[in-house]
Design a protein around this ligand. Structure first.
Ligand SMILES: Nc1ncnc2c1ncn2[C@@H]1O[C@H](COP(=O)(O)OP(=O)(O)OP(=O)(O)O)[C@@H](O)[C@H]1O
Ligand SMILES: [Mg+2]
Length: 258
């Protein structure tokens, strides 16, 4: 089943056409990596699929429904490119940051009840931060903060999780832990993951589909996992090492097959 269908999509800011006649689809349980140079329109493409922006022409369907009439936004999680520049000296605890995404359910000035606390705890357990719920967000490391933002996006049990460069500014160990976490969400919970990144090596290793957005606003797209290395070689001229020892160990620890 397709959870996203994008057909003949075009978009520009003012007269500047950024995306030109783009067509692709994402199936349930896919891990789609979106790659491409700075300014090619990757974040713009995510914002179009989240209805933050409106297409110039073309069609977008989410979970089988035209985005124009789509209402089930609770099924969609989003970790924006700006999440990592969140003012982390803001005096909020981890559970408050995660619980902030429940306001739609509980109302802005209402106090969360036991059920809401359980939802917060479950989301923190998914990212392995259940012991940090009372800590101030500013006292966590960059990698842990990033996992808090993922927990915040997970709290409403999304079917699709969009992430825009979630590994920026974190060290390589935290980065591989983050990929392991995403693999777990995809493989164990069946969440469809759409991730924008510049980590060509890691994304080619973990994603089963890759979409390359060029500077001229068109895409190359691979649906076949077996040709990922060839695809990357064609675009970037580099040979991929499709074997990540570090990552495999991490996944093993978490009981997940890579
Ligand atoms: N709100 C805006 N108004 C006008 N132009 C914009 C706006 N947002 C982005 N752009 C332009 O659209 C183009 C695509 O931007 P976008 O942020 O989607 O690129 P990106 O691929 O995500 O880049 P990066 O890898 O640097 O995050 C860029 O040229 C950018 O300057
Ligand atoms: Mg971007």
């Amino acid at each position: 089943m397709n959870v996203i269908d994008v057909k003949n999509l075009s978009f520009g800011y003012m007269d500047n056409l950024i995306l030109k006649n783009i067509t692709f689809s994402v199936e349930k349980g896919d891990f789609l990596g979106i790659i491409g140079p700075n300014g090619s329109g990757k974040s713009t493409l995510l914002k179009l699929m989240l209805k933050i922006l409106t297409p110039l022409s073309g069609e977008i369907k989410l979970l089988g429904e035209d985005i124009k009439s789509f209402k089930d936004w609770g099924s969609i999680g989003y970790v924006s490119q700006k999440a990592n520049s969140f003012n982390t000296s803001f005096p909020a605890t981890v559970e408050e940051v995660v619980g902030a995404n429940l306001f739609a359910k509980i109302g802005l000035f209402k106090i969360p009840d036991k059920n809401h606390h359980d939802m917060i705890l479950k989301a923190l357990q998914l990212v392995g931060l259940e012991d940090c719920s009372k800590k101030l967000i500013g006292n966590l490391s960059g990698g842990q903060q990033q996992r808090v933002f993922i927990a915040r996006a997970l709290i409403n049990n999304p079917k699709i999780l969009f992430l825009d460069e979630p590994t920026v500014g974190i060290d390589s160990k935290s980065e591989s832990a983050l990929y392991c976490l995403l693999a777990k969400l995809q493989k164990e919970l069946g969440i469809t993951i759409i991730m924008v990144t510049h980590d060509i090596q890691d994304i080619a290793l973990h994603a089963n589909k890759l979409l390359y957005l060029s500077e001229s606003g068109i895409i190359s797209y691979t649906q076949n996992e077996n040709i990922k290395a060839e695809f990357i070689k064609q675009i970037y001229g580099i040979d991929l090492k499709l074997d990540c020892h570090n990552c495999k160990n991490n996944l093993k620890k978490e009981g997940i097959k890579c």
